[in-house]
Design a protein around this ligand. Structure first.
Ligand SMILES: *Cc1c(COP(=O)(O)O)cnc(C)c1O
Length: 484
């Protein structure tokens, strides 16, 4: 790494000239003795240009979407148009206070009302709450609604929720948090739900079923009608994990196909920023019969305008978030949906699917793909060939991609595919970029064959080499290395 400004500080050099003090008041007249510094702060003395270079350099040490492709499957790292940020920062929005009288925030309420209804239309649901601030919190709201539904019906015997083995880890965690037992459903040889096993697992104690569609294998679950019939036959509900809705946009409405509840990740499909822990938004949509259980308040409209509606407070699961959710994120998703419109959203979905299939088709001779059929917005390749023949694993391949200017795909997930590499290009990458990524992956496949040591040592061009992932999350020292 090049020198930091702390290392090339020079006494007396500076970047700003402060005005002369007009009145000379001794510092000891303004502050307590105990508050005064005994020694000068150890700040670097550098010029403005050097400060600029320092921060520009720091800003590009990490990988980000504006720097290069970020094909992190299941995370939908698409480009977030800058106009979203520009509008979210507008004083008309940024200076609002959530406790202002409703008559003075009609615009903000209208935006939320419209977003509720646009998401309801996209998903085919009756209405949508915007409160949850992450996909996982959306799941929590959805499963709480399942519990509230059964409570209202006196279904006290319902104790379990069935989840396929390909599910995102948050799904079983959410169910446990709400107090349900989790029962795992195996995938069949086609990567779809094993219907015969589902029939065996479902009984009177089943409260619900949680399904990700497209699945984390990037496959469309083709047996939804049959699944819905089995689940509904015991008065259980079907939850769809819709974190990754890109492939369904404008093409299929889950609410019309048997699902009762869905959550959306605005920070994935609807192009609001994510990473670094948020802020995000995980709105939840429900069918008509579950409307009474949605969190309060909802945004509604009458002759006088828009208002916050608490009328179903008694049946609601309650409030899950301070005020009305991450409003700044909602603005960005609203702008995205309105700018694209129905046709644009559908094109985004179609292009996401085409891009994923394009990469899959070009890589299938170089990497093993368990389900090499047409995929949706993502697909899962794995490094089992490379591991067996050359001792190169998925971590090695992922790290080598960093040297070639790409972020790695999601690795070792879903858990049912050993050495998984889950690749999601999204619709925002051009054909040229897809070709460069394919080229890099093919080069790596050749390197695995000819020079596996190169891959074991990767990455060599990043400021930090391989970190101990487990220690790194507990010990947040960004320059801590595995050999320390
Ligand atoms: C990302 C994701 C989640 C969780 O969303 P968060 O906003 O990270 O809490 C849940 N399910 C699936 C399939 C996901 O991809």
């Amino acid at each position: 790494m090049s020198k930091t400004i702390f290392e090339y500080s020079s006494d007396g050099r500076h970047g700003v000239i402060l005005p002369e003090r007009e009145i000379d008041i001794p510092l000891s007249d303004m502050f307590d003795e105990a508050q005064l510094r005994k020694k000068d702060a150890r700040l670097p003395q550098v010029s403005k240009l050097e400060v600029m270079r320092h921060y520009i350099g720091l800003s590009s040490l990490n990988h980000f979407i504006e720097k290069g492709m970020y094909p992190l499957g299941s995370c939908t790292m698409k480009y977030n148009p800058k106009v979203h940020d520009h509008l979210a920062k507008h004083t008309c929005f940024a200076n609002l206070h959530p406790l202002q009288p409703e008559s003075t925030i009609q615009g903000a309420l209208e935006l939320m009302y419209e977003l509720q209804h646009d998401l309801a239309e996209i998903s085919g649901m009756a209405n949508v709450t915007l409160q949850p601030s992450a996909g996982a919190q959306g799941e929590y709201v959805g499963i709480k609604i399942i519990a509230q539904y059964h409570k209202a019906k006196g279904n006290t015997h319902k104790t379990k929720i069935i989840i396929p083995d390909s599910a995102h880890g948050t799904n079983p965690a959410t169910c446990r948090l709400v107090g349900y037992d989790v029962v795992e459903l195996k995938s069949d040889e086609n990567g779809r739900c094993d219907i015969a096993q589902l029939r065996e697992l479902v009984d009177e104690n089943t409260a619900g079923f949680m399904l990700t569609n497209p699945s984390t294998l990037g496959l469309f679950e083709t047996q939804i009608e049959e699944i819905a019939e089995i689940i509904h036959s015991v008065d259980a509900l079907i939850y769809m994990d819709g974190a990754n809705l890109n492939a369904l946009l404008g093409i299929s409405q889950p609410g019309k196909g048997g699902f009762d509840i869905i959550h959306f990740n605005l920070h994935k499909t609807f192009s609001t920023p994510h990473g670094g822990g948020g802020p995000g938004a995980g709105p939840v949509g429900v069918v008509e019969k579950l409307l009474p259980f949605l969190p309060v308040p909802m945004v509604e409209k009458n002759d006088e305008g828009y208002y916050l509606d608490y009328s179903h407070e008694d049946s609601s699961i309650g409030k899950v978030q301070s005020f009305y959710g991450n409003f700044g994120v909602l603005i960005r998703a609203y702008v995205y949906i309105k700018m694209l419109g129905g046709k644009g959203l559908r094109r985004a979905g179609e292009n996401a699917i085409i891009n994923a299939n394009y990469i899959q088709a070009h890589l299938k001779d170089y990497y093993h793909i368990m389900h090499p059929e047409f995929c949706m917005h993502e697909f899962v390749a794995d490094s089992s060939w490379q591991k067996k023949k050359y001792g190169v694993n998925t971590t090695d391949i992922a790290k080598r991609l960093l040297d070639k200017g790409f972020h790695a795909p999601t690795v070792y997930f879903p858990l049912i595919i050993p050495e998984a590499m889950m690749i999601e290009p999204t619709e925002t990458e051009s054909l040229e970029t897809l070709d460069m990524f394919i080229q890099a992956m093919i080069e790596i496949a050749k390197e695995a064959e000819e020079n596996p040591a190169l891959l074991h040592e990767a990455p060599t061009t990043t400021p930090v080499r391989r970190v101990d992932d487990v220690r790194a999350v507990k010990q947040l020292d960004p320059i801590f290395k595995i050999e320390d």
